[in-house]
Write a protein that binds this ligand. Structure first.
Ligand code: UDP
Ligand code: MG
Length: 305
């Protein structure tokens, strides 16, 4: 059986469109279950999902008590899914259902393969600045961590139940799935496709939300920024030490009385800046540790329909 997980947040305009498109490929997928995760939508998403459920007995709806974010929705879907194969897909048709039969076929054909993932070959239709920062992010994070996160990789991926089990065994509360999928390992095949623009409605990601997401990804997967902070501290101290020797020698040799005021200001602001950055980095990790120690559930299910 194949479990199709569809996280939905304010997707009243797209769920029906998604189902219409999906329906074309369902006969090729064999036994399936369709799991909508209603992530605390404030619009009519739940009603639209219920309408689909009325026509399709293989459809279930996980209804959250409020909006917990897509990471939580994916996690809930995976915990509830019963399929031997599990696929996560957006409701806005940016993850074309057309690929599903192919993904399933590839996965079934190869014993050693546990996941078929997708990535976009281009970012057509996306703001240029966003694409630029996204590229930088992938370069940066891949330099810092041992595992490889593919640039442009989507969350659209089909996995075997054993890989899902591995993903679920990671109990962290701050979840960065792109990293987790790579971290658990398993043989993954990547399919590429052209970027598709959202069918209707609008994206839930503002620039700052994406920025936070990127930071969460880095903090969640590597402690290298902490080490960089130490190194920056060492470099600055070394510089200060050398400068001190220079001043002492200069004073002894030339009897230079008062060093310049501007240089003092420069050094004070530079040091102040570096200290604050280092504190900020520490704070990021401390905050994450704090949230993790609370062991709060990642999501709360109001009802499963
Ligand atoms: N989504 C969600 N919870 C959220 C935000 C988004 O379940 O808090 C879902 C959304 O309904 C969609 C998918 O995650 O099915 C991807 O969201 P979106 O299309 O806004 O992201 P983008 O494709 O622009 O990266
Ligand atoms: Mg989208």
């Amino acid at each position: 059986m194949l479990s199709i997980i569809v996280p939905c947040y304010n997707e009243e305009a797209t769920v029906a469109l998604y189902y219409e498109e999906l329906k074309k490929y369902l006969p090729e997928l064999g036994e399936y279950e369709l799991l909508f995760v209603n992530d605390g939508s404030k619009d009519e998403t739940l009603k639209k999902c219920l309408e689909i459920k009325a026509q399709d007995s293989n459809c279930r709806i996980i209804d959250f008590s409020r909006n917990f974010g897509k990471e939580a929705a994916m996690l809930a879907g995976m915990s509830v899914a019963k399929g031997d194969y599990v696929v996560i897909t957006d409701a806005d048709l940016q993850d074309p259902p057309k690929l599903l039969p192919e993904m399933l076929k590839i996965l079934k054909a190869d014993e050693h393969l546990d996941s078929v993932a997708t990535y976009r070959v281009n970012r057509k239709g996306e703001p240029v600045i966003r694409s630029f920062f996204a590229r930088c992010f992938y370069k940066l994070i891949n330099k810092m961590i041992d595992i490889n996160i593919v640039d442009g990789a989507r969350d659209y991926r089909m996995m075997t139940s054993r890989m899902v089990k591995a993903v679920l065994s990671l109990s962290e509360v701050n979840r960065f799935s792109k990293g987790i999928f790579a971290w658990v390992g398993f043989e993954t095949k990547y399919l590429e496709y052209e970027n598709v623009e959202r069918a209707a409605g609008e994206t839930k990601w503002s620039f700052w939300k994406l920025f936070r997401y990127a930071l969460d990804g880095i903090v969640g997967f590597t402690t290298i920024p902490l080490r960089l902070a130490t190194i920056a501290g060492l470099l600055v101290s070394a510089f200060g030490f050398i400068y001190m020797i220079y001043i002492v020698i200069k004073a002894l040799a030339f009897g230079d009385p008062v060093a310049g005021f501007p240089s003092l200001i420069v050094i004070i602001t530079l040091l102040g800046g570096i200290q604050l950055i280092v504190l900020g980095i520490l704070g990021e990790y401390l905050a994450k540790t704090y949230m993790e120690t609370k062991r709060r559930p990642v999501y709360i299910i109001r009802d499963i329909l």
